[in-house]
Design a protein around this ligand. Structure first.
Ligand SMILES: CC(C)(COP(=O)(O)OP(=O)(O)OC[C@H]1O[C@@H](n2cnc3c(N)ncnc32)[C@H](O)[C@@H]1OP(=O)(O)O)[C@@H](O)C(=O)NCCC(=O)NCCS
Length: 194
């Protein structure tokens, strides 16, 4: 496959975890996802609310993203997992845990394809990722930011059990515009006490 040459490897240098939830499996991104990634991520709204997902999103963007996900995971900098519907086998988006220097904190991010919005999948995937961060990555806190203009994402973070920690003014930049972000966090103790 042409992508193999582009990625320069037979697969990621680490074994990605496999996390099962009621309706989803979270697993590492693979070359088999490349044809599906544009279908899931090529969306101006996903672009508007996330940091690293381009729009338009084509085949070359998928190859570049897969290569980046593998490299960051191998370096221990960020773990990107793709949630898949257990019922259909469809890959529906991504959830990412970005490790902060020192290893005590991880930042959570996520994006789902539009076809799967409004069904509780983001909450289910994000909760599984937070649980994994505390159980297996050794962090003491998981935090996240949602643009203030993205209330659905703030709601996901609330439903995951995170508490609002304040507004970070001007944290997000997009196409020369600056936006405030709502900060959320949960400690290991709070997660275990839920
Ligand atoms: C944000 C996103 C992940 C939500 O995914 P989802 O699977 O629809 O989320 P869930 O179904 O688990 O929960 C969404 C919640 O937001 C609520 N919601 C949706 N739109 C809303 C709005 N405009 N205002 C307030 N709440 C809203 C829903 O009602 C639901 O809450 P409820 O269960 O209490 O009714 C998805 O829309 C997405 O990928 N958006 C683009 C990328 C993005 O924003 N990523 C997050 C970056 S921080």
């Amino acid at each position: 496959m042409e992508a193999l040459g582009v990625l320069g490897a037979d697969g990621p240098a680490i074994g990605f975890p496999r996390i099962e939830t009621e309706r989803l499996v979270l697993r590492g991104p693979t070359e088999a996802d490349l044809p599906h990634m544009p279908r899931v991520f090529n969306d101006p709204e996903i672009y508007a609310y996330t940091r690293n997902i381009p729009y338009p999103y084509g085949e070359a963007d998928a190859v570049a993203a897969l290569s980046r996900y593998w490299r960051l995971a191998a370096a221990g900098e960020a773990l990107t997992l793709f949630p898949e519907c257990r019922a259909t086998g469809e890959m529906i988006g991504l959830v990412v845990l970005i490790m902060k220097p020192g290893g005590a904190e991880a930042e959570l991010g996520y994006a789902l394809g539009r076809a799967w919005w409004g069904k509780g999948y983001a909450t289910e995937a994000a909760s599984a990722a937070v649980g994994y961060a505390f159980a297996s990555l050794g962090v003491d806190e998981v935090n996240a930011h949602a643009m203030v203009r993205n209330p659905a994402s703030s709601r996901v973070l609330e439903k995951v059990g995170m508490r609002a920690v304040g507004i970070a003014e001007g944290l997000c930049k997009k196409d020369g515009e600056v936006f405030d972000a709502a900060g959320f966090a949960i400690s290991r103790a709070a997660w275990e006490a839920r």
